[in-house]
Design a protein around this ligand. Structure first.
Ligand code: UD1
Length: 344
């Protein structure tokens, strides 16, 4: 019998790609999503890729009664991957309570239900935002946690603390927290990808929307950073590579190979790239010129961050392998596909 993995936020960007990788690795998947920032059609995309539809429940994880009902209904949940969360940094500055309530309550409800129904294994979707602007680069998992620059970032820090406290209290939960750097790209089939609602906040969706003509020009936020070309540097990782790390983490927990009750891994490529380098690589990969303009720095942005990935490489036996140009081509293919779908 296939093992059942719950993927919360499974119709979202990283969640949907992870659902695909899990199903292709032989797991059954139950997606829980309230569709507050994603579309039900994502399930069709997953089916087109894998040939199977994942199980699906639509509800808000802040509703404790619904969470309990779900755990009652699906006996035999082997593990949970928890993606569902609000993630827009500026919105979190405007609506901090909404972020604390949603991101923390959903986590607490899940952990409670896991305890009550004897589900042991938990993978948490964390972020490199917990490091702030690191003093030394690349950042390792031992780099100090800095005061969060936004309520969003703070919810990720607090969430990791909650998980640590729960496992330290002797609950039989075994967890892995994955700190993502900058996930980009889309599935090579282009049946699933990143679909921001409204104006994109992140670089690559804004870039592809500019390339296709929905946005007039890309704004480059700052060219006066202390970096070789003056623009800010991030560690951009292909979403499929990232998703595979979740499958490896689930395999590891189920096989009892984890070395502590909460393990933490950076997920990045280990390479830092500037905004200009991303624009140039996109142009090279697709042959399309992108109109851009340099504007002032964006509030809350850090100058540079990239990952030391040796722990994930050595312990998980996982490595990001998809080349950047292929990643950018996949983002472009997805942008074209989704516009055609919407117009057709
Ligand atoms: C941010 C968060 C990260 C969060 C992620 C989720 C911080 C420090 N990081 O990542 O924790 O998980 O969002 O969405 O808050 N840029 C432009 N023009 C644009 C958009 C972006 O020049 O139109 C630049 C930014 O200034 C930055 C880089 O591109 O240097 C990447 O930006 P973005 O894709 O928004 O990701 P982060 O801000 O790194």
């Amino acid at each position: 019998m296939k093992k059942l993995v719950v993927v919360t936020g499974g119709t979202g960007f990283i969640g949907s790609h992870t659902a695909v990788e899990l199903m292709e690795a032989g797991y059954d998947v139950l997606i829980i999503d309230d569709l507050s920032n994603s579309r039900i059609e994502v399930l069709d995309g997953i089916e087109r890729i894998t040939g199977r539809k994942p199980l699906f429940e639509k509800f808000d994880l802040c509703d404790r009664v619904k969470v309990t009902e779900c755990f009652k209904k699906y006996t035999g949940i082997a593990a949970i991957i928890h993606f569902a969360a609000h993630k827009a940094v500026p919105e979190s500055m405007d609506k901090p309570l909404m972020y604390y309530e949603n991101n923390l309550l959903s986590l607490i409800n899940l952990l409670r239900a896991m305890k009550e129904y004897g589900v042991k294994y938990f993978v948490f979707s964390s972020s490199c935002t917990v490091y702030g602007q690191p003093d030394t680069l690349p950042v390792t998992e031992k780099s100090p946690i800095k005061k969060a620059a936004s309520p969003y970032g703070n919810t990720k820090q607090i969430s990791e603390e909650i998980i640590q406290d729960v496992v330290s209290a002797g609950d039989p939960i075994q967890a892995i927290s994955l700190r993502y750097f900058n996930p980009i790209g889309a599935h090579p089939t282009a049946y699933i990808g990143e679909l921001p609602i409204g104006i994109p906040l992140n670089l690559v969706p804004y870039l592809t929307q500019t390339a296709i003509g929905i946005r007039e020009e890309l704004q480059v936020f700052g060219d006066d950073y202390n970096t070789p070309d003056g623009s800010a540097i991030r560690d951009y990782i292909n979403v499929v590579d990232l998703s595979r790390a979740h499958v490896v983490s689930i395999d590891r927990l189920l096989a009892g190979k984890n070395k502590s009750a909460l393990e933490i891994f950076n997920l990045g490529t280990g390479n830092g790239l500037s905004v200009f380098e991303i624009i140039n690589s996109f142009e090279k990969a697709t042959g399309i010129k992108v109109k851009y303009q340099v504007v002032g720095r964006r509030e809350g942005d850090i100058e540079k961050v990239w990952a030391d990935t040796s722990l994930a490489n050595n312990e998980l036996g996982w490595k990001a392998v998809i080349p950047l140009e292929e990643t950018l081509r996949s983002a472009w293919k997805w942008e074209q596909y989704i516009r055609q779908e919407n117009n057709g």
